[in-house]
Design a protein around this ligand. Structure first.
Ligand SMILES: [Zn+2]
Length: 113
């Protein structure tokens, strides 16, 4: 899974998994409290998380964050995702996520670079 590909030097898989869990707890709270906003691309259905700092993100991709919120997120975080879909007038497209489409500018531009 995309989440597990990012390691620090000398970091074991177990350590990274634990780090992902604690990172997701922080991100999920930011999304639930609307300090970080999920944004869905009208064209492709890709998703990004605007105003998420690099430190809070800690190497997790947008696709990874999205999947984890759907799988284990709080109701408030899931509602934030639904609001983003409503704002875009479409649902998130998992094929766009699998293709690696993402944004570096809070949803203004999108690409798979
Ligand atoms: Zn990129």
């Amino acid at each position: 899974m995309v989440c597990d590909t990012y390691y620090r030097e000398n970091q074991t898989l177990t350590e990274r998994k634990r780090e992902i869990l604690s990172t997701m707890q922080v991100i999920e709270k930011l999304v639930a409290s609307q300090r970080v906003k999920p944004i869905v691309d009208r064209t492709t259905g890709a998703v990004t998380f605007a105003q998420l700092s690099a430190i809070d993100r800690n190497g997790l991709t947008d696709a990874c964050i999205y999947r984890r919120i759907l799988a284990t997120g709080s109701a408030a975080a899931k509602i934030a995702l639904q609001r983003a879909e409503q704002a875009a007038g479409r649902t998130v497209n998992r094929q766009a996520l699998a293709a690696g489409i993402h944004s570096h500018d809070g949803g203004k531009s999108w690409g798979s670079h």
